[in-house]
Design a protein around this ligand. Structure first.
Ligand SMILES: [Zn+2]
Length: 80
């Protein structure tokens, strides 16, 4: 992506996204690392521990991880 093709508005929203990520100090990699556990806990109706609560918060901000997680839950549901 050529940075010069971005409008100020686009740069602004990118910076905002980065801010949100840093604020939670929880990256997509970390989120996906716990995604399996998260999906299992959700499906089993188990309480979420600290890490899984962070996953849930990350999913609220990150459509990509949310999609991954939803796909994972579908697979788990189909298996049970
Ligand atoms: Zn993510």
């Amino acid at each position: 992506m050529n940075p010069q093709s971005l409008t100020n508005e686009q740069v602004g929203s990118l910076v905002k996204m980065l801010d949100l990520t840093q604020e939670h100090e929880f990256t997509c990699g970390e989120c996906l690392m716990h995604a399996g556990e998260f999906a299992e806990s959700k499906l089993a109706g188990l309480p979420l521990d600290e890490a899984l609560t962070l996953v849930e918060q990350h999913l609220a901000l990150c459509p990509e991880c949310r999609e991954e997680c939803e796909a994972l839950m579908e697979i788990l549901k189909a298996q049970s």
